[in-house]
Design a protein around this ligand. Structure first.
Ligand code: TTP
Ligand code: MG
Length: 368
């Protein structure tokens, strides 16, 4: 679609917003290296120990060269990179850095959507200082480095979808700007898997339709095939052109907050599981308190020995931050699973419907 004068027309939604996406580089691993400079230059794996059945939280870029990735079994990581240094996570340190970077974001705008401890979207369309989006992103990178000693990558684009892709493009310390006029070509050249919303299953399904790169979805025949997929297909038609009209949601701090533990051997004894649940609840309570958050919903996750997982959740009468209350509700939820009758490989607790201390009641109703 070209305009009469030959200049390509730009979809109107690409003129509405200026979004910055910030993502810290190798977050947990970089903090470990910062706090122990002897680790610099070495392959670092943060997560379970190499001979445990835990998983990798993250790996330094040196370890990634060997193929080590987040969520991989630690035993596999140890085989791929035997010289790697394995470190347990120190969540309190990561939460503290997360707080510091959010403080920096807030000096530029209050329109912030934190996605995880190390990642956030900022809507800087009308930022109070009247700065260009590029200037905001550069300023944040410099201040984050100065305040925390860590690098982050930034993406600047007309929407969240493209800003996230952009921040990931030139890690570490990457800086990528995608102007509205270039969005379509930029996204078109990427594989569909780069879109936040296309996972391995959708990737395969799209490949069957002949869609590997985003631009493969631009012709009318394939767009018809996609629209037959319903709402997700409609989203794909737009996303493959770099169009996304979603707003930066400022009214939640974090979607959920949790901990989980993969056991060295599968556990049948419910009393042992209760004790594990108590320590998970304590850790969750501590993490929430550090972030001055309270939670209303509690979720328990159980993975049985055959890797089948179930979750059970319920709401507390009001948003609170109490390890004891999380534990008590957790015990009730655990008894709604087959724990005690089937061996359990992993136990997790997470809390959601989070509110800041001082805010009103939490959201959501639930069964108990
Ligand atoms: P990411 O931003 O996905 O990864 P990263 O910051 O380690 O590396 P990158 O430079 O590619 O951004 O996740 C942020 C942190 O979240 C990561 O350091 C550890 C944690 N995490 C997990 O615990 N498990 C996971 O599966 C993933 C993906 C991340
Ligand atoms: Mg990151």
């Amino acid at each position: 679609m070209d305009a009469m004068d030959g200049t390509p027309s730009v979809h109107p939604s690409l003129r509405k917003r200026k979004i910055v996406h910030i993502d810290m580089d190798a977050f947990y691993a970089s903090i470990e290296i910062r706090d122990n400079p002897e680790l610099r230059g070495k392959p670092i794996v943060v997560g379970g120990s190499p001979n445990s059945r835990g998983v990798v939280c993250t790996a330094s870029y040196e370890a990634r060269k060997f193929g080590v990735r987040s969520a991989m079994a630690c035993s596999r990581a140890a085989r791929l990179c035997p010289q790697a240094v394995f470190l347990p996570p120190r969540f309190a340190a990561y939460v503290e850095v997360s707080r510091q970077i959010r403080e920096i974001f807030q000096t530029y705008t209050s329109l912030i959507e934190p996605v995880s401890l190390d990642e956030a979207y900022l809507d800087v369309t009308n930022n109070p200082q009247g700065l260009y989006a590029v200037k905001v992103a550069r300023g944040i990178q410099q201040e984050v480095l100065k305040e925390t000693g860590l690098t982050c990558s930034a993406g600047v684009a007309p929407n969240k979808l493209v800003a996230k892709i952009a921040s990931d493009l030139r890690k570490p310390a990457g800086f990528t700007v995608v102007l509205p006029e270039l969005v379509r070509e930029f996204v078109g050249s990427l594989t569909v898997r780069k879109l936040n919303g296309v996972g391995p299953v959708a990737e395969q399904r799209l490949a069957q339709l002949g869609i590997r790169f985003c631009r493969d979805a631009w012709d009318s025949v394939r767009q018809q095939l996609l629209s037959d997929l319903g709402g997700y297909g409609q989203w794909l038609i737009l996303a493959t052109q770099g169009i996304d009209d979603s707003e930066v949601c400022t009214n939640w701090e974090r979607k959920s907050y949790g901990r989980e533990e993969t056991f060295a051997t599968d556990i049948l004894d419910i009393a042992v599981l209760d004790a594990e649940l108590r320590s998970l609840a304590e850790s969750v309570g501590e993490g929430l308190a550090q972030q001055s958050l309270r939670a209303k919903r509690v979720c328990v996750k159980v993975k049985y020995e055959d890797f089948v997982s179930v979750t059970r959740q319920a709401c507390l009468p009001e948003a609170i931050c109490s390890a004891e209350a999380f534990f008590e509700l957790g015990c009730i939820l655990l008894r709604r699973t087959e724990a005690g009758r089937r061996r359990v490989r992993l136990l997790g607790m997470s809390v959601s419907a989070l509110v800041n201390d001082g805010d009103g009641a939490g959201v959501g109703e639930g069964e108990i």
